[in-house]
Design a protein around this ligand. Structure first.
Ligand code: ZN
Length: 229
């Protein structure tokens, strides 16, 4: 455990803080793990996406997103997303709680059939989770301006139909617990983005689909376009 006085900005080898990574939590809602036919783990699954696949929408903006064609179904996973304002390694729960700077809603896009094949062979999920526009987020809202975010549902509608609605209290591990857990294993940096897991209702999107994401004061839309595989 590091002392409070050591709880400083985690700096990169370049000597400055920056957005180092996107960390995603898998199977953090029991009902979603069941819909995929997976067992519910006692500890969440953790995987990374690089910043180069991130797309961020401004307030009330519509993002044009590419989806891969010919690689099986492309699923949306609508999730509450957190940005860290403090980094650290082996953070206490208190430090983890204080590290949460801003929240938004986003999409952890997933090639579902590819993921199933990788799961069967026990391989990393990288090619099912990392492709252009596979991490989508809305505008950040500082938690001081959204103090009841843990009691606020987030949702995704596709073509006007509700696909997913998430209640942060139903997470297996709370955001604070997720951060403390990750930081047991690797350092978290200022600006790092955390996708906190998806509730049930994951489903595929195809070119031409229009998604609308909402979470408290946040609302933005996305329009999917096809791209060659
Ligand atoms: Zn996810």
């Amino acid at each position: 455990m590091i002392a409070d006085s050591d709880f400083l900005v985690y700096r990169t080898s370049l000597g400055r803080p920056f957005m180092d990574k996107i960390v995603c939590v898998g199977k953090n809602y029991e009902e979603h793990a069941k819909e995929l036919g997976d067992f519910v783990p006692t500890k969440p699954v953790i995987f990374l996406k690089p910043p180069s696949v991130l797309r961020q929408s401004g307030a009330s903006e519509s993002l044009n997103l590419m989806i891969p064609i010919g690689r099986g179904s492309v699923h949306h996973e609508c999730e509450m997303v957190i940005q860290l304002r403090k980094g650290g390694f082996r953070m206490s729960f208190d430090q983890a709680r204080q590290s949460i700077g801003a929240v938004t809603v986003g999409l952890d896009m997933t090639l579902r059939e590819q993921q199933a094949v990788l799961k069967k062979s026990g391989s990393p999920w990288t090619i099912a989770k990392v492709f252009p526009d596979s991490a989508v987020i809305g505008p950040w809202v500082a938690i001081e301006k959204f103090s009841n975010y843990l009691e606020t549902p987030f949702a995704l509608k596709v073509n006007g139909v509700l696909r997913q609605e998430g209640f942060p209290q139903q997470m297996t591990l709370s955001p604070t617990e997720c951060i403390a857990y990750m930081s047991e294993y690797f350092p978290l940096c200022v600006g790092d983005i955390i996708f906190t897991g998806t509730p049930k209702g994951v489903n595929s999107v195809v070119p031409g689909d229009l998604g609308v994401l909402t979470f408290g004061p946040i609302e933005f839309s996305v329009l999917w376009h096809g791209t060659k595989s």
